[in-house]
Every structure is written in structure tokens, then in C-alpha cells.
Write a protein that binds this ligand. Structure first.
Ligand code: TRP
Ligand code: SF4
Length: 400
């Protein structure tokens, strides 16, 4: 069985902000200790909406990778790469496009949503419709089991699961599959074979997904099975045929609670961000000019933290004692707003200091970043080539 693999991608949007750090990157950093992780720059995905102006994508990609490294994504633990440098994604995308019903793509909710949201762009393109299919290729080519994504991306992962099932069903049926699968069951030994059959029946009669997981656990315990038999047994469980592509699961990344400078969620489109490596002067200036409770016109007017965006930042950055000081001081006009903002400024600068330091190394010597990506691409390609060999074989495109 393959080791559980985590895969996630991010579109190159240029410099990342603290919302990305608190929302996505901290999560990646935890995951990299627990699983083999692949993190990649989805530069082709950027092209689906930015095809009219592709020039900035490369620079945005490099800046973004530096931000990943600055945050603490560790290239010795995780594999970092760029999508377009692993052209196997494109081959899988093409081959799957042959068997992807148009209607499946048209009903992915982001298709119409984004077209409406980005109404100033002409998104009636082939590439844009195929966005979820490209994402499926990204995931399936690594046989990733776990895909950390935000809520908006869940339909894409669901789509990927359906597609993997369709693919396995169509191309996973080698001649004599049923017989070979039954032979493989016998090789499990009578006790495990009985368990396996029981779980298989439970799934096929009641659609019980737990049964699948349990049966997989049984298979994982068996040492002496050949790879081919193992795959047959996985396929036979669900009745799909040989499992060539693996149905991924998702890991839901909680929506970022990071507030921006105006109290709305931090987002580039709201123009309320602090970038991860923003200069100290700029951070200070931005926080100092944040709006506060509008009722506090004069220093002597009492205020209400609940009506103030600065308070939301205290909730991210301050300890209980500091928060108590804010509540008290604000409501009694005991402290001024400038005073109240200082601990937030200090905390952000403290958080950014190690990031700035890590990034400096890469800014001083950009070949380091290039090498990290080159290594990552090589590793990623090895996995990808393996999957493509199986896919070509299943589709009869080997040309030995
Ligand atoms: N579509 C994702 C986004 O916009 C980025 C992405 C592309 C991705 N391919 C992926 C995420 C594969 C996870 C896995 O956020
Ligand atoms: Fe906001 Fe602090 Fe001023 Fe109160 S004292 S209004 S919480 S900045």
C-alpha cells in the first residue's frame, strides 16, 4: 500500500499575507511533520483566469515559495514544486478529458459562481471549464489520500473522487478480473478472507464506507500479497475494478479567522492586509491608522472593544492579561487607542521576525529557491511518472 500522502496547491497570487499564514501555512507546517507532503504552485491554474496577462506569474510563484519557506515550510520534509514543471499533470489531464462528461464540469458550482464574480473577464474558455479536471489530475497523479483545502474547494475534491471511480471502472477491468480477484481473496488465508468478504458484502449491499476502511486495514496487515493482487483486492471491494487511481479524501482547512485592518476578513481584494514580510515601519503605520470604535472621538470618551477592529487583533495576538487591560482601559477611557495598539504591533513584529530572517537567506541567494524547486520537481516527477505508467497501461497506450 502507498504511504498516506498529503497534497495541496496554491495559486501564485504574489506576496502572501498574515491571513494565509494563520489560515493555510500553519496547517501545512503541522502536516509536514505527520505525513509525506507535496506542496505545489498551481501556476497553470492561475492561467485559467489570467491567460491574457501571464507575464507576472513566474515572479508571483517565486515570491510565494519564499513566503512558504519564510513561514517554516521545510524543504527537507515536504516536497515543494511548480505544477508546470511536472508536465505529466498535463498528460493525465488530457487522458481524463476523454472520459469526463461535460455535464460533470458544468455543474461544478465554482464554474458559474466565478464567471459571475469575475464578470469583467471572459471566462467562457475551454481551460476555465476544465479547471476542476486539472485539479483532479494534480491530485490523482500523486495518489494523494489527503488534500487540505478550504471549504470552497470541496466540490472539486468530490469531483475528483467521482472521476477516479469512473476511471477505475472503465479501465481497471483487466480480462478475467473477477476470477483473478477471487483467486487473490483465497491467498488471504481463511480467516482474513472471511473478514474481507464480509466487509465487501457490507459495502456492496449497504454502501457502508466504514466497511471499506476496515477491509483496507485487513489488507494492509497482509505482507505476502503481490502489488497486482493487492490492487485487484482494493478494486474488487468497491466493485470498480483494479484501483489505478486513488480516491482522495479532503482535510478541511478552517476558514481563516484572521481579521484584516478594517475588521473584515483579511483579503487582498478588501485591501486590508499585512503581508507576511511587510516592513516594520509599514506594519506600525498600518496598525496605527486602523479605525477604532467610532464612539471614541476624544481620548476621554470611553469605548467598546466589541465595536473595534483592533480588539479582533488582540484576540489573535494577546494573552488574557493584555485583553483584560484593553477591556478595562477602553471602557473607562483609561487608555488611549495608540497605547492600545502597541501590544498588537509588537506581537505582529515578533511573529514576523523569524519569517523575515528565514526569507533573507533566500532573497540574498535566489538560486537556493531555484534548487529547492528543481529538487522538488524531480521528486514529484518520479511519483507522477509511476502513476502515468499505470494509466497508460490501463488505457492500452504502452507501445512496447
Ligand atoms: N484550486 C485550488 C485553489 O484555488 C488550488 C489547487 C490547484 C489545488 N490544484 C490543487 C489545491 C490540488 C489542492 C489540490 O485554492
Ligand atoms: Fe479599540 Fe483599543 Fe481604542 Fe478601545 S482602546 S477603541 S479597543 S483601539
Amino acid at each position: 500500500m502507498y504511504a498516506e500522502r498529503v497534497l495541496s496547491g496554491m495559486r501564485p497570487t504574489g506576496s502572501l499575507h498574515l491571513g494565509h499564514y494563520h489560515g493555510v501555512l500553519k496547517n501545512w507546517i503541522e502536516l509536514q511533520h505527520e505525513y509525506p507532503c507535496l506542496f505545489f504552485v498551481a501556476d497553470w491554474h492561475a492561467l485559467t483566469t489570467q491567460y491574457d496577462n501571464p507575464q507576472g506569474i513566474e515572479k508571483a510563484s517565486m515570491d510565494m515559495v519564499i513566503d512558504w519557506l519564510a513561514a517554516g515550510v521545510d524543504p527537507n520534509q515536504a516536497t515543494l514544486f511548480v505544477q508546470s514543471r511536472v508536465p505529466e499533470h498535463a498528460e493525465l489531464h488530457l487522458l481524463m478529458s476523454m472520459m469526463t462528461p461535460l455535464s460533470w464540469l458544468e455543474r461544478v458550482p465554482t464554474y458559474k459562481d466565478q464567471q459571475e464574480k469575475l464578470a469583467d473577464k471572459d471566462l467562457t474558455t475551454y481551460g476555465f471549464l476544465g479547471y476542476p479536471l486539472l485539479m483532479s489530475a494534480d491530485i490523482l497523479i500523486y495518489r494523494a489520500d489527503k488534500v487540505p483545502v478550504g471549504e470552497d474547494q470541496i466540490p472539486h475534491v468530490e469531483f475528483t473522487r467521482e472521476l477516479a471511480r469512473r476511471f477505475n471502472h472503465m479501465y481497471g477491468r483487466e480480462p478475467g478480473f473477477e476470477d483473478k480477484a477471487r483467486e487473490a481473496v483465497k491467498k488471504l488465508g481463511s480467516k482474513k478472507a472471511r473478514l474481507y468478504e464480509e466487509m465487501r458484502t457490507r459495502f456492496q449491499q449497504n454502501g457502508d464506507r466504514d466497511a471499506i476502511e476496515q477491509a483496507k486495514a485487513v489488507l494492509d496487515e497482509v505482507q505476502h500479497l503481490s502489488m497486482a493482487d493487492r490492487e485487484r483486492l482494493f478494486g474488487y471491494l468497491e466493485g470498480t475494478g483494479k484501483m489505478i487511481l486513488v480516491e482522495p479524501g479532503y482535510l478541511l482547512t478552517e476558514a481563516s479567522k484572521m481579521p484584516g485592518l478594517d475588521g473584515q476578513k483579511m483579503s487582498k481584494s478588501y485591501n486590508n492586509t499585512i503581508t507576511m514580510r511587510e516592513s516594520e515601519e509599514s506594519v506600525t503605520k498600518k496598525v496605527r491608522s486602523m479605525p477604532t470604535d467610532p464612539a471614541r472621538v476624544r481620548r476621554t470618551d470611553p469605548g467598546e472593544p466589541a465595536k473595534c477592529p483592533v480588539w479582533q487583533l488582540h484576540q489573535v495576538y494577546s494573552n488574557d492579561a493584555c485583553k483584560e487591560w484593553v477591556q478595562q482601559g477602553c471602557r473607562t477611557a483609561g487608555i488611549g487607542c495608540i497605547e492600545c495598539k502597541q501590544p498588537v504591533i509588537d506581537a505582529i513584529l515578533r511573529e514576523q521576525a523569524p519569517m523575515r530572517e528565514r526569507a533573507q537567506v533566500y532573497l540574498d541567494d535566489p538560486t537556493l529557491v531555484k534548487n529547492i524547486i528543481a529538487d522538488g520537481c524531480e521528486k514529484a516527477r518520479e511519483y507522477a511518472r509511476e502513476t502515468m505508467r499505470d494509466v497508460r497501461e490501463a488505457m492500452g497506450l504502452e507501445y512496447h
